[in-house]
Ligand binder design. Structure first.
Ligand SMILES: [Zn+2]
Length: 105
């Protein structure tokens, strides 16, 4: 894949994630303010789900940052394990992938 095309995909993904994280965190802080006694256990479960989503999104964001950090290098589209070029198909599906499909499995 072209360097500029991949960079664009990564930046788009990064933006989407930041929006998602913002929403999750807004949701989480609203919840803790509006806690009711009889709803507490349900709320707690929801909080855990949100915390999980939040963590997942932040983990993905880290991966995007890692991918962006190597976008200006010669190996921006290479697998970190076997050095093969990562397929366009895979990068379109997962722009922050830094391993090829074989190595990811
Ligand atoms: Zn590989």
């Amino acid at each position: 894949m072209e360097r500029s095309a991949l960079k664009e995909l990564l930046l788009t993904e990064q933006q989407e994630l930041n929006t998602r994280i913002e929403k999750i965190e807004k949701n989480r802080s609203n919840r803790s303010i509006s806690k009711q006694f009889d709803e507490q256990s349900v709320e707690r479960e929801n909080d855990e789900v949100l915390a999980g989503l939040d963590m997942e999104a932040k983990f993905e964001l880290k991966a995007i940052e890692t991918a962006l950090a190597r976008i200006d290098t010669d190996y921006f589209d290479r697998c970190t394990k076997c050095s093969e070029t990562i397929s366009d198909e895979r990068l379109k599906a997962i722009p922050h992938a830094i391993t090829c499909r074989n190595c990811a499995e």
